[in-house]
Design a protein around this ligand. Structure first.
Ligand SMILES: [Zn+2]
Length: 394
């Protein structure tokens, strides 16, 4: 999944950590929820203290999700699958792992360590805190009374412990692309020796579970009691919403696999645009706009000097220069130099090109053969090709 709105917050073990804007919403919701719960449990604590604790707990929740993703990423890396970044968003995290696992065993280990990390963190916290405060038996019968006896630190640690256990259990739901679905896929993969078939089954099961959640959620809004989930409008809508998201993710990840499969058999040379319009590095940006951009539909222009590719300039590069400065600056000043460009060869599979486009978040790739530019492959061309060819095959 390409989640790229948001901001970076630093590096951990050499992996970029990013936060998607949607995560801020969850952060706010969590803090608010918790502050409200604390107000009911401990009206004797003052309001600043309660909100401070809620923020601290929400930050620990953030660290928990990060630990879960870190477990996936570190195992992936130790198995030779490089990890660029981890992005935290609405429903947790996504590790941007560059390759699909090469064997069922690798996938199994990579998938299961995430929920395992959550369950271990959660289990240890709950056991330690309950052991220290001695509320275990009381908690079984009268949880609210037990919580009221806890101090501030133990209260948030119990909450963080419980949320980690929930995170671990939720991710083990056997619907692809959740971790549990990946575990299931790895088992089916090793049984059938067919990744495609395994993915199809795991994603069907995922969609089945998703529909079950949607229907149960709807039933709950009408007052039906569902085991573990209870009843009621808010909880029902929430369950249905999660089911709907799982359904979308499940069918989308299967579609992606089908697309990859279709593109595996097609060469870049069949989709690329040969003889793209090229430009010289020393023309001004104003000239680039007047003589090239306004006269074509292209989004990117290869820059050629003495018959060799020296860079690529895109509409986004041009937009980054203030209109007043477009007379003074040349294309060379704003282009992406050739060393920093990601390129493909005409005989590469289109699937490889699509992966490179997605991974580097670019819209087009120069196609290079024996050091010379022979074409440009854009996302649009791939989409057009799929529109024309995929229907018959999907
Ligand atoms: Zn996970």
């Amino acid at each position: 999944m390409q989640v790229d709105r948001g901001f970076g917050i630093g590096k951990l073990f050499g992996i970029d950590i990013r936060v998607d804007w949607s995560w801020l919403f969850i952060f706010f919701l969590t803090t608010w929820n918790l502050a409200t719960a604390l107000a009911n449990l401990h009206s004797e604590w003052n309001v600043v203290w309660r909100w401070g604790l809620a923020v601290a707990a929400a930050l620990l929740f953030f660290a928990s999700v990060l630990a879960h993703e870190m477990a996936h990423s570190l195992v992936a890396r130790s198995r030779g699958m490089p990890v660029n970044r981890i992005t935290l968003f609405l429903f947790g995290g996504v590790s941007n792992i560059e390759k699909e696992p090469e064997s069922p065993g690798a996938e199994f280990v990579m998938a299961i360590v995430g929920p395992l990390a959550s369950l271990i963190i959660g289990g240890v916290l709950l056991v330690v805190v309950m052991g220290l405060s001695g509320v275990t038996t009381l908690a079984m019968n009268r949880p609210n009374e037990a919580l009221q006896q806890l101090g501030p630190v133990t209260t948030i640690l119990i909450w963080v412990g419980a949320i980690n256990v929930t995170l671990g259990i939720f991710n083990m739901i056997p619907g692809f692309p959740l971790d549990g679905g990946r575990v299931l896929r790895s088992i089916l993969w090793s049984l059938t020796d067919n990744l495609h078939k395994a993915t199809r089954w795991a994603s069907w099961i995922g969609q089945g579970i998703a529909w079950l959640m949607i229907l149960s959620g709807i039933a709950m809004t009408f007052g039906v009691q569902i085991p573990f989930f209870g009843s009621g409008l808010a909880d029902g809508l929430w369950l249905a919403f999660i089911g709907w998201c799982l359904n979308t993710a499940s069918s989308r990840s299967y579609q992606r696999l089908v697309i990859q499969d279709v593109l595996e058999d097609v060469r870049v040379s069949r989709m690329m645009r040969s003889h793209p319009s090229v430009i010289q590095p020393d023309i001004t940006i104003a000239q680039l706009i007047d003589d090239h951009i306004m006269r074509s539909d292209d989004h990117a222009f290869p820059v050629i000097e003495q018959n060799a590719l020296v860079g690529l300039v895109t509409l986004d590069d041009v937009r980054s220069v203030a209109p007043g400065q477009r007379q003074e600056n040349s294309v060379r000043d704003i282009m992406t130099p050739v060393d920093a460009l990601v390129t493909v060869a005409p005989e590469d599979a289109a699937a490889t090109a699509l992966q490179k486009l997605a991974r580097n978040d670019v819209r087009q790739l120069p196609v290079i053969q024996d050091g010379a530019l022979v074409g440009v492959l854009s996302r649009r061309s791939i989409v057009r090709w799929l529109q024309l060819h995929a229907d018959a095959q999907i």
